[in-house]
Design a protein around this ligand. Structure first.
Ligand code: NAD
Ligand code: TYD
Length: 338
């Protein structure tokens, strides 16, 4: 089988490629990635000599580049996206371009190439925000209610993917997953930002009151969920994927990280809140559990401890990332922080 992975040089895409080549050594992977600030080929250092792996630098918005990459492809796993909410608040245009237009270009090319499966990786953020006062969770039937330019652009892409199934019969599946964490995550997202800032002796910026809740999914558990959907998922279906069973807020996560790292709480710094900050996300992942037998392999504490250790042991990786283009963005976003 030949799989076209879009966005394979990013956090989840790279983990997926490593996971897939390890578990399916006979399959071929073509990694198609534009290498934006978030794309880092160093994430794939362990597989780049593998003869079953090939990298193509290209933009999912470019019809010619996508058409040529799609040749001989059986399955598309579509990760490529602008993925950071805060960046979408600073500038929405690249989000609409890549997440909406890019997805449509890919769908057209996949249809022409008659691929056997187009799997679209999406987010729980398309469902909007839940209240802290309820225990309710998002599921596959929750109406869409995106509230940031990022989640609105991902919602647009989900609608397009479903439209190509209903209108043209493209064999699609979708996963709407929660916040991922693990190795190779760009340190602009909460968990790697916190761990690496602590390692550098810097403050950890907490937006607003810190009582915002996300569902947290370890990246390898996510890769396994996508594998199950590709192998046994039903065409046309959506599966919600999440990682925790109880609410845990941002502040408690940072305190947990500080405890794992044997540090006190003096590095916590409250900073200006994100505009339109979604209060709470929670995911009901009972459908994929029931129908495909998937569940997270470990609990949050175990995976978080393992993640902290990975960043402690891979200082070279994140120091190179942090000294690059990331720096300019960081200064703009946290101009009042230490
Ligand atoms: P990421 O930002 O780490 O990586 C995105 C990758 O896409 C990068 O390698 C980048 O170079 C590439 N890319 C961006 N624009 C492109 C374009 N026009 N053409 C080709 N490549 C392009 O993102 P991630 O965290 O790995 O997320 C992957 C997918 O999972 C995204 O679709 C995201 O919306 C979704 N998702 C992520 C999370 C999360 O917590 N990280 C949660 C839910 C859903
Ligand atoms: P983030 O990792 O950006 O993911 P998302 O916005 O897609 O959920 O943020 C996770 C949570 O952490 C979110 O509630 C915003 C908060 N946050 C902070 O408090 N400080 C930070 O520096 C960052 C990046 C996020």
């Amino acid at each position: 089988m030949r799989i076209l992975v879009t966005g394979g040089a990013g956090f989840i895409g790279a983990n997926f490629i490593i996971y897939w080549l390890k578990n399916h050594p006979d399959d071929e992977i073509v990694n198609f990635d534009k290498l934006t600030y978030a794309g880092n080929l160093e994430n794939l250092a362990t597989v780049d000599k593998n003869p079953k792996y090939r990298f193509i630098q290209g933009d999912i918005c470019a019809v010619n580049e996508v058409t040529s990459a799609m040749q001989g492809v059986d399955t598309v796993v579509h990760f490529a996206a602008e993925s950071h909410v805060d960046r979408s608040i600073l500038e929405a245009a690249p989000f609409v371009m890549t997440n909406v237009v890019g997805t449509q270009v890919l769908l057209d090319a996949a249809l022409k190439a008659k691929v056997k499966r187009f799997h679209h990786v999406s987010t729980d953020e398309v469902f909007g925000a839940l209240s802290l006062k309820t225990k309710s969770k998002f599921n596959e039937a929750t109406p869409y209610d995106p509230r940031s330019p990022y989640s609105a652009s991902k919602a647009g892409s989900d609608h397009l993917v479903r439209a190509y199934y209903h209108t043209f019969g493209l064999p699609i599946t979708i996963t709407n997953c929660s916040n991922n964490y693990g190795p190779y995550q760009f340190p602009e997202k909460l968990i790697p930002l916190a761990i690496t800032n602590i390692l550098e002796g810097k403050k950890v910026p907490i937006y607003g009151d810190g009582k915002y809740v996300r569902d947290w999914l370890y990246v390898d558990d996510h890769c396994e969920a996508i594998e199950r959907v590709l192998q046994n998922g039903k065409v046309g279906e959506t599966y919600c994927v999440g990682g925790v069973t109880e609410d845990i807020n941002n502040l408690d996560i940072i305190k947990l990280i500080l405890k794992i790292m044997n540090k006190d709480e003096s590095s916590i710094e409250y900073v200006t809140d994100r505009p339109g900050h979604d209060r709470r996300y929670a995911v009901d992942w009972s459908k994929i559990n029931r129908e495909l037998g998937w569940k997270p392999k470990n609990d949050f504490n175990t995976w978080l401890t393992q993640t902290v250790h990975w960043y402690q042991e891979n200082e070279n990786w994140w120091k190179r990332v942090k000294s690059g283009a990331y720096k300019t963005y960081y200064e703009k976003q946290y101009k009042n922080a230490v």
